[in-house]
Structures are given as C-alpha cells and as structure tokens.
Design a protein around this ligand. Structure first.
Ligand code: ADP
Ligand code: MG
Length: 253
C-alpha cells in the first residue's frame, strides 16, 4: 500500500545551517508516528516540510504518493505554483503548540471557518459537522464561547476540531501540549488518543513519553537533523540502543 508520508534522504537548510540531513521515514495509513528529540533537532522543520510550509532542498517527499511541491512534465520536475500547492495541502491538518484560534470568533465559528471560506461548503451542513466535532473533543457545551473564555486545553481541543473539519487524511501535531498547564495536558492527549483509535494517520512531535509509548506505532528519535534510531516504542523508548537516545530519555522521563 502507498504510504501516507514517505521521505527519502530529505534535506533542508536555512542558509548555511543544515537542519535536516537526509531524513528517511514512512507513515502508513492508520499509523501514529511520534517524533522525539531535543530542541533544535529539526522536528518542527520536518513537519513543516510535510505540510508544504518549508521547501525541501534535496531528497524526495511524498504525501499520499504525490511528490510534494513538484510535478513531473516531459520527464522533468517542475516546481508547483501556490494554487497547486494549496491543492496538495488540503488533506493535511496541522495543530501547533500555540492554538492560533481567531479571537473574535466563537469556538463553533472557528471550526466552521475553513470549510465555509475555503471549500465553500453550505453553512448549514458545516455547522452540523462542526457541532459534532466539538462534541467529539468534549466541548459540546462550549460552542458559543470565545477563545478568551476557554482554558488553553479547551482552546487546543477547538484547534484540533478545526483541523478535523477539513476532513484531513493526515494530522500533524507539533508539541500540542507544550504550552499547556500540566493539569490541562491530559484532556488534549485524551482527544488525540481517541483520534488514533478511530484510525487517523498522525505524525506527532511530543515530549510526552507515556503518550508515545501507549499510542505510537513507531517512534523516531532525531538529533542534529538525522534519525538516530526508530522503531516500535517499546524498543526506542523502552530499550534504546544509542547513547544519544538514552541521554535524551533520561532528561525527559
Ligand atoms: P525542533 O522543532 O526540533 O526544536 P526546529 O525544526 O524548530 O527544531 O529547528 C531546527 C533548527 O533550525 C534550529 O537551529 C532553528 O533555529 C533553525 N531554524 C528553524 N526554522 C528556521 C528559519 N525559518 N530560519 C532559520 N533557521 C531556522
Ligand atoms: Mg519544534
């Protein structure tokens, strides 16, 4: 089966700074991949490449079997235009550390925004789906609340519902609980755990090792822009082979 994400020798630099130095990874349908590694190791950059927010310098990146950012014509690769890139991105949902909700819109309006504005779907239908999504993230009673009236954890769950409203095939999470007070982390992880159970394909950057252990099918440990080791969580987290992985885990566990 075609992997949902496939990276081969992916490289990305910012000027002279080599951030990704030949990353290989594969994520299959219904799989959860957790990316772990120290700050600055390139995890966010990798997610941003997958979501077309950064341009890859070398190597290949496929989402759903489609080469990201390029098309083949006459045996040559051509860079895509913005419109074509938008079309490639439409099946990817992303949740960031900061929730970035629209402050002047209610929770429900936040969730409805993209399907109505981007996809031009009829409002009534979107409203129904958005209400269901808010129920699903445990916020059925907060539909009319503004972001400022919600806790960080609640805002993050609205952000997850908002991403799901576009019916993505792939969900990317970049440290979704890092900005939350400790007592609010559990609810967000609970929603993500349920999403994984429901079969969503997910790539999750996280420092929550317990979550990674329980939910990930694969864990990939990155350091300095390379994959140091990857495998099932019981191997990478439970019984790491590399000194760098052991050192990292001893700091976060
Ligand atoms: P992580 O998410 O693992 O903490 P990042 O992917 O955010 O790592 O960053 C990896 C490295 O790339 C860091 O040294 C960071 O400063 C650098 N970097 C990230 N984005 C940019 C950018 N837009 N311009 C220049 N340097 C960047
Ligand atoms: Mg990061």
């Amino acid at each position: 089966m075609t992997p949902v994400v496939s990276a081969q020798k992916l490289c990305k630099s910012f000027g002279p700074l080599e951030v990704l130095k030949g990353i290989d990874l594969e994520v299959h349908e219904r799989e959860v991949l957790c990316l772990i590694g120290p700050s600055g190791s390139g995890k966010s950059t990798l997610l941003r490449c997958i979501n077309h927010l950064e341009k890859v310098d070398a190597g290949r990146l496929y989402v759903d079997g489609v080469l990201v950012g390029y098309k083949q014509r006459g045996g040559k690769l051509h860079e895509l235009r913005d419109k074509e890139i938008a079309a490639q991105r439409k099946d990817i949902g992303m949740v960031f550390q900061r929730f970035n909700l629209f402050p002047h819109m209610t929770a429900l309006e936040n969730v409805m925004e993209a399907p109505v504005q981007v996809r031009r779907e009829p409002k009534a239908r979107v409203r129904e789906r958005a209400s269901e999504l808010l129920e699903r993230v445990g916020l059925g009673d907060k539909a009319d609340a503004y972001p400022g009236q919600l806790s960080g954890g609640q805002q993050q769950r609205v952000a997850i519902a908002r991403a799901l409203a576009m019916e993505p095939k792939l969900m990317l999470f970049d440290e979704p609980t890092s900005a939350l007070d400790p007592e609010l982390v559990g609810d967000v992880l609970g929603v993500m755990r349920q999403l994984a159970k429901d079969g969503m394909t997910m790539v999750v950057v996280t420092h929550e090792m317990q979550f990674a252990r329980e939910v990930a099918d694969k864990v990939l440990f990155m350091d300095g822009g390379v994959v140091v080791e990857d495998g099932p969580p019981e191997q990478v987290i439970g019984n790491p082979r590399h000194e760098r992985t052991k050192t990292f885990l001893s700091r976060v566990l």
